[in-house]
Write a protein that binds this ligand. Structure first.
Ligand code: SF4
Ligand code: SF4
Length: 102
């Protein structure tokens, strides 16, 4: 997969086409990153619905979609997924924001 370089972005950062999140590598913007704790996941897909980028990896090959993890090239660390992830397993959520070590 190839991404657009800074020099190839439109002036002013204007996005001229919708649905183009896959073309941009926004992962290096982050300070915090979601940590996926798989055993707490109930595969409700809230994270996939609310993620403003295309950073939630899901497997749709079965009867129900399965949350697989975070696509770090696209995750900009906004934390919306962790906010929406329900604390469904004994009060524990499957997504927790942690400071990223760089
Ligand atoms: S919102 Fe949380 S529980 Fe729901 S699929 Fe995403 S990680 Fe799993
Ligand atoms: S932190 Fe934001 S961009 Fe990253 S996976 Fe969660 S909702 Fe998507």
């Amino acid at each position: 997969m190839s991404f657009l370089k800074n020099s190839e972005l439109h002036e002013g950062g204007i996005i001229r086409e919708s649905g183009n999140a896959h073309d941009y590598q926004t992962g290096d913007w982050r300070t915090f990153v979601p940590e996926f704790v798989e055993e707490n996941c109930i595969h409700c897909m809230f994270c996939w619905i609310y993620c403003p980028d295309s950073a939630i990896e899901i497997d749709t090959s079965g009867d129900k979609p399965i949350m697989k993890g975070i696509i770090l090239e696209h995750c900009k660390g906004c934390g919306i997924c962790a906010l929406e992830c329900p604390p469904a397993k004994k009060g524990k959520s499957a997504l927790v924001m942690v400071r990223e070590e760089k």
